[in-house]
Write a protein that binds this ligand. Structure first.
Ligand code: FAD
Length: 321
C-alpha cells in the first residue's frame, strides 16, 4: 500500500514538529491524505505526536550513538521509496536543511527551501518560498513527487491543531549510512529558552547600538513595554552580544508580534523577512533612508541614545499615572 496522498513531517525539534504538522494539515486537506509525523527520539515522543495532531506516526527510534541527525537520510529514502508519500516537510534547522538536501538529491527531486505558504491552483500545488537568502520570494510548482520542502519556525500556527486518536506507531527500520562520518564529541552551549514566536511585543536592537553594555538601555525599553528582546543577526552571530536564539530573520526566528520595535536596525531583507508580518512596525534610526524606516508604520528619525531614554521616560510616566 502506498501513501501517495499523505504528507510526512520531520523535525528533530519537537516544538517545530508541531508547527509542521499544522502546515501539513493544510496540504493534506487538498491531497485527501493523512499527516504522518516522522519521529526521531524516544517512544514517548512518538506517542506524543498524536497529541500534536499527527494522524500517523513513523518512528525512527533514537539516534544511534555517534550519529548525526542527517544520518537518518538512508532510512528516510528507503521509507519514501517504499511508501511514496505526496510530500515530506522538514523543519528548516541547520540539521533539517542537511536532511532535506540529501533526501532530495538521493530521490532525484528538488528541495523547496524556506517555504512561506502552500497554495493550490486547481489540483496543482504552488509553493511560495524564499530564495537568495531571503532577498526574494519565488513561487514554484513542483513537478516531481515527493514534494520536499523546508519550513522555518513561526510560519504555521498551531492554535487550530487537534489531538488525534492514538494509533499504531510504525517503526522505520534503520538503514546504515554509507558515509563514514561519526560524532566523536559533543559540547553543549548555553541556550536561552526564549520563544520569540510567541511574543506579542518585540524590541529588536541592531548594529546602531554601539557597545554591548548599551544593551541595558534597550532591555530597559523592552521591560517598559513588557516586550521580549530580540536582535539582528550581527549582534548574535558576529558580535556574540546576545544568544543566537534571539535573532530574527531568514536564518533566525520568524515572528508575527503585535508590535515590533527596531532600534538601530537598517532593515535588510534577510532580517525583515522574519518580521514583516508584524501588526505594527516601529523603527528608530538616525538615517531616514534606512529600509526599515520606509517600511515601518511609525518611523522615528533620531539618535537612539536620545530617543530611547525619552521613550522609556514617557512609558514610565504613563504607567505611573
Ligand atoms: C545569507 C544571509 C543570511 C542572513 N540572515 C540574517 C538573518 O536571519 N537576520 C538578520 O538580522 N540578518 C541576517 N543577515 C544579515 C543582513 O544582511 C544584515 O547585514 C543585518 O540584518 C544588518 O543588521 P543591522 O540592521 O543590525 O545592522 P546595519 O545594517 O549595520 O544597520 C545599523 C543601522 O543602525 C543605524 N544607526 C547607527 N547608529 C545609530 C544611532 N545612534 N541611532 C539610531 N540609529 C543608528 C544605521 O543608520 C543603520 O541603519 C543575513 C545575511 C546573509 C548574507
Amino acid at each position: 500500500m502506498t501513501d501517495d496522498k499523505d504528507v510526512w513531517v520531520f523535525s528533530e525539534k519537537p516544538a517545530l514538529q508541531a508547527e509542521l504538522i499544522a502546515g501539513a494539515h493544510q496540504l493534506s486537506a487538498n491531497t485527501g491524505g493523512q499527516v504522518a509525523a516522522v519521529v526521531l527520539g524516544a517512544r514517548s515522543q512518538a506517542e506524543q505526536a498524536f497529541d500534536l495532531g499527527a494522524q500517523r506516526v513513523l518512528w525512527l527510534g533514537e539516534l544511534p550513538s555517534g550519529r548525526l541527525v542527517e544520518d537518518i537520510v538512508p532510512t528516510l529514502v528507503a521509507a519514501v521509496q517504499d511508501k511514496c508519500p505526496f510530500g515530506v516537510i522538514i523543519g528548516a534547522t541547520v540539521r533539517g536543511r542537511a536532511v532535506a538536501g540529501r533526501l532530495a538529491a538521493r530521490l532525484g527531486v528538488a528541495a523547496l527551501a524556506d517555504v512561506l505558504e502552500f497554495q493550490w491552483d486547481g489540483s496543482a500545488l504552488l509553493a511560495r518560498h524564499m530564495v537568495f537568502g531571503g532577498g526574494a520570494v519565488r513561487i514554484d510548482r513542483p513537478l516531481a513527487s515527493p514534494v520536499i520542502a523546508t519550513i522555518g519556525q513561526g510560519i504555521f500556527e498551531t492554535g487550530s491543531l487537534q489531538a488525534q486518536p492514538k494509533g499504531e506507531i510504525e517503526p522505520l527500520p534503520w538503514v546504515e549510512p554509507p558515509w563514514q562520518a561519526a560524532v566523536i564529541e559533543r559540547r553543549s552551549r548555553a541556550v536561552s529558552s526564549v520563544n520569540l514566536s510567541a511574543a506579542k511585543r518585540v524590541v529588536c536592537p541592531g548594529r546602531g547600538v554601539a557597545r554591548q553594555e548599551d544593551l541595558g538601555l534597550i532591555e530597559e525599553l523592552a521591560q517598559a513595554l513588557s516586550a521580549e528582546m530580540a536582535c539582528t543577526r550581527p549582534l548574535a552571530e558576529g558580535l556574540g552580544w546576545l544568544p543566537r536564539e534571539r535573532y530574527i530573520g531568514i536564518s533566525g526566528a520568524m515572528i508575527k508580534p503585535d508590535l515590533y520595535l527596531g532600534v538601530g536596525v537598517s532593515g535588510q531583507a534577510q532580517h525583515t523577512i522574519g518580521m514583516s508580518e508584524s501588526r505594527v512596525v516601529v523603527a528608530i534610526n538616525k538615517d531616514r533612508g534606512a529600509p526599515l524606516m520606509t517600511q515601518s508604520d511609525y518611523a522615528v528619525e533620531g539618535d537612539l541614545y536620545q530617543v530611547v531614554p525619552a521613550l522609556i521616560r514617557a512609558l514610565k510616566a504613563r504607567k505611573a499615572k
